[in-house]
Design a protein around this ligand. Structure first.
Ligand code: GRF
Length: 208
């Protein structure tokens, strides 16, 4: 049986699409069993429905976290995949999927992470600082926002004269490559954790 994924997304869902495409093309041995969002109009929900994947809008409210947790328990995925999910996950949910919840961040953590560092703000901060290399980080989610064990990072060059939007697009392309690849490492049981140090057996591009 292939690895099951629940994807949480608040936005357009291009990372979700990259995951769905990788599954359809046989590069990722997984099944998306649930896509959930805090935004009713999230593109991610639309993309899921289009291919017959269960898509649920979790309406914001006092017991939002409890309802999301219940939904995840019901779907019972092997991994919870955050893909542009802009809400803090409750400690209870993080605890339940410890070592099995991933997030993707559009910069090289621990730089340009933490409070306020989401979406275009990350790329604005990168350009303002003047770093010459930015990139993508996939990390396990723990209680500390953007601080969980790093599973993979990929660099992306900052070009002279880049606008935040241009940089965002270049970084996003790399996100679409790295997320399915990392998920496949998990599918193949190649990832191990020692404290906060993650090791991946074999060479990064092996697909078995
Ligand atoms: C990505 O840049 C991701 O790294 C960040 O939010 C963005 C989501 O994009 N956390 P999309 O919704 O997958 O297109």
């Amino acid at each position: 049986m292939s690895q099951t994924l629940a994807v949480l997304a608040s936005g357009g869902g291009s990372n979700l699409q990259a995951i769905l495409d990788a599954i359809a093309e046989g590069r990722l041995d997984s099944e998306v069993v649930l896509v959930a969002s805090n935004k009713e109009d999230a593109g991610a929900l639309e993309r899921a429905r289009k291919v017959g994947v269960r898509a649920e809008w979790v309406e914001p409210g006092d017991d939002y976290n409890e309802r999301l947790h219940a939904l995840l328990l019901e779907a019972d995925p092997d991994l919870v995949v955050l893909a542009g999910y802009l809400k803090l996950i409750s400690a209870e949910t993080v605890g339940h999927w410890k070592g099995a919840m991933l997030n993707i961040h559009p910069a090289l953590l621990p730089s340009f992470g933490g409070k306020g560092m989401y979406g275009i703000h990350v790329h604005e901060a990168v350009l303002e600082y003047g770093v010459k290399v930015t990139g993508v980080t996939v990390h396990l989610v723990d209680e500390e926002y953007d601080r969980g064990p790093i599973v993979a990072q990929m660099p992306v060059a900052v070009h002279d004269g880049d606008t935040p939007e241009q940089l965002q697009q270049r970084v996003l392309k790399t996100e679409h490559e790295i997320y399915p690849l990392v998920l496949q490492w998990f599918a193949k049981g190649r990832v191990s954790l020692d404290g906060r140090i993650v090791s991946v057996a074999g060479s990064p591009n092996d697909n078995d």
